[in-house]
Design a protein around this ligand. Structure first.
Ligand SMILES: Nc1ncnc2c1ncn2[C@@H]1O[C@H](COP(=O)(O)OP(=O)(O)O)[C@@H](O)[C@H]1O
Ligand SMILES: [Mg+2]
Length: 329
């Protein structure tokens, strides 16, 4: 059994001004599974519904949202949990790393207070014990002078350091699953790879599972065991990272891979996906990617493609079986 099992997850919010009569679908029939200690990358362009999916896993959807399907964590349905049970789940078992640590760390409290609070409240450690452990955790994330850092305030730390503090705070509660939503997007390029490497190394050592949310397919492929590609609120392709980069099965996946800027190619390749991404509620009856797809044919406009199994891949494209798409050749 998986640690996390997401089945047919849907999130819809009332359309503005419609007083609950019209719904906007943001996440549509998402299936995901993450085993204990496994890492899954959830990849897609901005607006595809990645963050909303993560929020739904923790019961953090906007007020008035309609949730369908089921989220099962360690054998228990999250969708049926009370507010109190959800808070306990978020405090101990599923921890989140956000894109902008500054928005999630109280600016008027010291780094020490931030790091020790959960250890004292949730794990029942004494303040002195929690502080000693906080210093060790800071060393683990590559911050050597922990005792001094504990007395500092968030504004005294760079974005990269603060994100390491955030990672230390997540590890402090020894969660089973880390949800990392664009954890390095706000950092400069060099710091990005350092912070990602630290997060991944520490979670592997501890056997902690991870859902890594990113628009960067190359980053996700380099970090995660498996990848799920999201477009317009749906998962369009799921494969192991190795198989997906070698043999992408969905035209959108192949387009994402080919359009990313490459450091070894001086002249940037032109984006091969024309047009702009759409949200789930903006897509018509057919395949949501059809208007941007170079391989689209008449049947693609008629109905939403079902997910099919294709040599180990799960792919939602009616043409997947006949197409040979370019991967990381
Ligand atoms: N609180 C909200 N209320 C209504 N719509 C929202 C809300 N948050 C996000 N959305 C919309 O849901 C869609 C998916 O957003 P999001 O999950 O943030 O995408 P991603 O993380 O993939 O960039 C977008 O069209 C976005 O505008
Ligand atoms: Mg997002």
């Amino acid at each position: 059994m998986s640690l996390l099992d997401v089945r047919g997850l849907g999130v819809a919010v009332p359309a503005p001004g419609a007083a609950g009569r019209d719904w906007r679908t943001l996440v549509d029939g998402v299936d995901l599974a993450i085993g204990a200690g496994e890492s899954l990358g959830l990849v897609g362009e901005s607006g595809s519904g990645k963050s909303m999916t993560a929020r739904a896993l923790l019961g953090l959807t906007p007020p008035g949202a309609r949730i369908t399907g089921d989220v099962v964590f360690d054998g228990r349905s999250v969708t049926g949990m009370s507010g109190r049970e959800l808070r306990a789940l978020r405090a101990r078992r599923i921890a989140m790393v956000f894109q902008d640590p500054r928005a999630h760390i109280n600016p008027v409290r010291s780094v020490g207070d931030f790091l020790t609070e959960a250890m004292v409240l949730e794990l029942g450690r004494t303040p002195a014990d929690a502080e000693a452990r906080a210093v060790r955790l800071l060393a683990d994330v590559g911050i050597p002078d922990g005792a001094r850092r504990l007395r500092q305030y968030p504004h005294e730390l760079s974005g990269g350091l603060l994100q390491r503090v955030m990672i230390a705070s997540v590890l402090a509660v020894e969660p089973d699953l880390i949800l990392a939503d664009e954890p390095t997007t706000a950092l400069d390029v060099t710091t990005q790879s350092e912070v990602m490497a630290i997060l991944d190394e520490l979670r592997r050592e501890r056997g902690t599972a991870m859902l890594l949310i990113t628009h960067d397919l190359a980053l996700a492929a380099a970090t995660c065991d498996r990848l799920a590609v999201m477009y317009a609120g749906r998962i369009v392709e799921t494969q192991t990272s190795t198989a997906l980069t070698a043999t992408p099965r969905h035209p959108y996946t192949s387009g994402l891979m080919l359009s990313r800027p490459s450091i070894d190619i001086v002249v940037h390749r032109l984006p091969v996906i024309p047009g702009r991404p759409v949200a789930a509620y903006e897509s018509g009856d057919g395949c949501a990617f059809e208007p941007r797809c170079a391989h689209a044919e008449a049947p693609c406009r008629e109905r939403r493609p079902d997910v099919q199994e294709l040599s180990g891949a799960r792919v939602a494209c009616v043409r997947a079986g006949e197409l040979t798409l370019q991967g990381d050749a």
